[in-house]
Design a protein around this ligand. Structure first.
Ligand code: FES
Length: 286
């Protein structure tokens, strides 16, 4: 067997015989969904599993309405990213009033629900996540050179998928959240009654969380286009060129930042939740 055949996962010369191309037909011929012999289903399966786990956990966490803040009584100032900014009276009473955000009095259910829309809209319309959930949940298509799971394909030209175009506006909303979560990370250096200012494991968790969120936003395709797109001659726009050159290598790692930041938002919530519930004390590093 040739090296090319090995890479394609075929085992006999017959497997390499040409398959007639049928416009509008099924890839691989009428009897096969695909000619691929590798484990092409692995990536969409893992993606679907991971996204499902995150959706289940984050929904549970947002509706808990408890254990999202660690305050002065525990000598810390830590808030879960799922509940920041602190927008309701109930959140202020839980200890988040030190941040001084607008408090909505009539909202008596979980304040996390108010915060959900911005980050969710940004992730949902993200170019990378669109590819991820179109492949893993909608099978459209599940992988390269594998037949689409649907009989027809209209792309993102019709409602509701045409709304994916608002991603560039969600980018600006996400920047507001990034600033707020960065303030949270700075506030986490406050250790009231435990030396005043210092670094605990919770501080490190919130700083990593904010950093990953900035990297995810800075590597956004819409961000790169807004900074360096629509330019005919970079020589006439040296500042935009410099920003574009800075963002481009980040953009190449957008998928990694997407997964790392998503995972760490959940990690940060779990950490704050465990400390707030008294499961363990947030250790001071220095
Ligand atoms: S493309 Fe993913 S956040 Fe913009």
């Amino acid at each position: 067997m040739s090296r090319e055949g090995d890479e394609l996962g075929v085992s006999t010369v017959e497997d390499l015989r040409p398959v007639p191309v049928m416009l509008g037909g099924v890839r691989g011929g009428p009897d096969a969904r695909t000619l691929r012999r590798d484990r092409w289903w692995g990536s969409p399966l893992v993606t679907a599993g991971f996204l499902s786990a995150f959706i289940v956990y984050s929904t549970w966490a947002v509706f808990q309405n408890s254990d999202y803040f660690v305050g002065a009584s525990a000598h810390r100032d830590l808030i879960s990213p799922f509940y920041s900014p602190c927008l309701t009276y109930s959140c202020g009473l839980a200890g988040g009033s030190g941040r001084g955000w607008l408090f909505i009095a009539w909202w008596t259910i979980s304040p996390g629900i108010l915060v959900l829309g911005g980050p969710l809209g940004f992730r949902l319309t993200c170019y990378y996540y669109r590819k991820a959930y179109y492949r893993s949940f909608w099978q459209s298509p599940p992988a390269c050179a594998v037949a689409d799971g649907h009989g027809s394909y209209s792309g993102e030209t019709r409602f509701p998928l045409i709304l994916q175009n608002i991603h560039r506006y969600f980018f600006f909303i996400a920047l507001i959240f990034n600033v707020i979560l960065t303030i949270d990370a700075v506030m986490a250096f406050r250790l009231p009654g435990d030396g005043g200012i210092g670094v605990s494991l919770g501080t490190v968790v919130l700083v990593i969380n904010a950093t990953l969120l900035w990297l995810y936003s800075a590597s956004c395709h819409a961000c790169r286009h807004m900074c360096g797109g629509n330019v005919k001659q970079f020589s006439k726009h040296p500042v935009r060129h410099r920003v574009w050159k800075f963002l481009t290598p980040l953009n190449a790692r957008h998928m990694q930042f997407a997964w790392a930041s998503l995972t760490f938002v959940a990690v940060a919530d779990i950490y704050v939740r465990l400390v707030a519930s008294g499961a363990f004390h947030d250790p001071k590093i220095f």
